[in-house]
Design a protein. Sequence first.
Length: 122
Amino acid sequence: MSARILYVEDNPQNMDLVCRILTHVGGYEVMGAVDGLSGVDMAVQEKPDLIIMDINLPDISGLEATNRLKAITETKEIPILAFTANITENDRTSFANAGCDGYMSKPASAQILLDVISGYLS
């Protein structure tokens, strides 16, 4: 059985590209949510093995969504990877403070994306 990944991303092109890479190259089962609130709801309902979280979302930020997920007993142990173009030293601190287990910069090559995800799922 392949690992289940929830990707929370509001940009349709990013969603499509990452989902195709994870599904067709990585062999993962991928679910998508287009905003933070639906991402939180889907994570609670589906309990994926990993969550890839965009930070700049249209309703609540990925940091707020991460905070909420880490406060819920059923989802607090799910690793959350921040996936965003914003990665400064302050951003890294914000990611950690929100409960993100790691981060990756956009854009990322398919191989780097798969390698990082593999590290969280092994």
